[in-house]
Design a protein around this ligand. Structure first.
Ligand SMILES: Nc1ccn([C@@H]2O[C@H](COP(=O)(O)OP(=O)(O)OP(=O)(O)O)[C@@H](O)[C@H]2O)c(=O)n1
Ligand SMILES: C[C@](O)(CO)[C@H](O)COP(=O)(O)O
Length: 250
């Protein structure tokens, strides 16, 4: 690869919807913290990449021994996900070139496969805008009336669920994240920031089992996904790895 690859992993969320005692990235999934699964998969796909891990400045659950990358740095997270990602881009400003590729992946998506990661990379490395993993919406969409009843059935034609990673050139993404707040748009992913510049990110069909652990039920679902991926040969057991000891918060 001619340009460098940076991985940004926003992991500064509090997991409010999960409602657990620990932020969800530290909850155990097949005997390992969620964060270790996510980093292991990114490392298996991109062992030479440089990693920026966005963590809450007061995070005392994190253990640096969990990071498999040789070139990595800890960056303070911000108030929102987009602020955490912007902080990471600011932190590497002196090292990154505008043309370098940046892949942003939620720590809360530990089931992403190496195959999807490699496919997304191959597409966005050649794309003038960049893009994201996404899945076509499969269900009928209802809009509620605010009182628990259906106000309308919305067309799902052309609708996709945004997943991560989302990948763009460093210069473009930094500019987009800096400009987006002024556009009055809710920026919940990198693509929506790039869209505010009038650009159309590429949709790259990804696996539906790349779920985001958000609610309590999702943890058990993710365990089943990991087991199914191993059973089907999609993910070698070595990537799942053995259980790890967690000393800092026990
Ligand atoms: N200020 C924030 C908020 C979120 N994230 C990260 O962004 C990803 C997606 O966010 P989400 O699923 O909403 O995670 P939480 O913010 O932890 O969850 P909740 O909204 O339920 O509190 C997660 O990897 C989360 O750690 C972050 O780095 N910085
Ligand atoms: C970026 C994202 O994973 C795309 O689906 C998602 O938007 C992040 O989660 P949030 O709940 O919107 O913060």
């Amino acid at each position: 690869m001619s340009e460098r690859l940076w991985l940004v992993v926003p992991a500064a969320g509090r997991g409010r919807r999960m409602g657990a005692a620990l932020p969800k990235q530290y909850l155990m999934l097949t005997g390992r913290p969620v964060l270790t699964h996510t980093l292991a998969r990114l490392h298996a796909a991109f062992p030479e990449a440089r990693l920026c891990l966005c963590l809450d400045p007061d995070d005392h659950h994190f253990d640096p021994a969990w990071v498999p990358f040789t070139d990595w740095r800890r960056v303070n997270g911000g108030a929102e996900r987009a602020d955490s990602v912007a902080n990471a881009l600011d932190a590497i400003a002196l090292e990154a070139d505008a043309k370098d590729l940046v892949l942003v992946h939620d720590v809360a998506r530990p089931c992403v496969t190496v195959e999807d990661l490699a496919r997304l990379y191959a597409v966005i490395a050649e794309d003038p805008v960049g893009g994201l993993l996404a899945a076509p919406v499969a269900d009928t969409m209802k809009r509620d009336d605010g009182a628990g009843r259906v106000a309308a059935t919305e067309s799902r034609e052309g609708l996709w669920q945004a997943l991560t990673p989302q990948g763009f050139r460093y210069g473009l993404l930094r500019r987009a994240l800096a400009m987006a707040p002024g556009c009055g748009v809710l920026v919940t992913d990198e693509a929506s920031a790039v869209e505010t510049l009038g650009m159309a990110p590429r949709l790259v069909a990804g696996r539906r089992d790349n779920l985001k652990i958000t609610h309590p039920d999702d943890l058990a679902l993710a365990e089943r996904v990991l087991a199914a991926q191993v059973a089907s040969g999609t993910t070698p057991p070595a990537i799942i790895g053995p259980p790890v000891e967690r000393e800092r918060d026990t």
